[in-house]
Design a protein around this ligand. Sequence first.
Ligand code: ATP
Ligand code: ZN
Length: 210
Amino acid sequence: MKTLKIAIQKSGRLNEKSVEILKNCGLSFENYKSSLIATVANFPLEILFLRDDDIPEYVQDGIADLGIVGENVIIEAGADVSYLQPLGFGKCTLKIAVQSTSNITELSQLNGKAIATSYPVILQKYLSENNVDAQIRNISGSVEIGPGLGLSDAIFDIVSTGGTLKSNGLKAFKNVMDSQAVLIASKGMELNPEVLELLQRIQSVLRAKA
Ligand code: ATP
Ligand code: ZN
């Protein structure tokens, strides 16, 4: 029997819930902060602990058979993987925000404007769908400071509470995408008996919680 590999986030917002759901499936494994790989004692499974950004590609390329990662990260990576199950945690919304003093009220007013983001793919798709021609400034973090520094007219980022926006003098303007953690598999692995067994266990854990 082939030992499956599942990739989950090593540390960050999805780590704890990802570990928890696997443990609740009855999987027994050691979860040391320092180790990058854990072997499950009672199921043919190894757990790889990775940066979330790397998970879609690992699963697409079959280095991991399964993965738990935010939908936003999968879509941004353009990864070709199978979606098996939304997991109900890691929920967030990707929004366009502008300065609180801005008079921008319509999407069309973003034409010719600069938008700072770490999610250029998702943003470009949305702008194209809405016939907006804006300049996307791809930066890897702290996009909220962009408008205050004159780097951008707007930002596109994950917003959960809005507190970060407010403290940077910004206000949300358009909701673009809702995201949550999902279980994904490499194409072709959906019908593997162990994958199906694990999926069924995850689904019963989710049902028990609902
Ligand atoms: P890594 O070190 O693995 O690259 P990271 O800093 O990119 O981690 P986290 O901040 O841990 O990522 O977020 C992981 C995922 O959690 C996001 O991609 C998103 O799907 C989800 N998420 C839920 N709420 C939020 C939030 N308020 N801010 C950012 N991400 C959130
Ligand atoms: Zn990341």
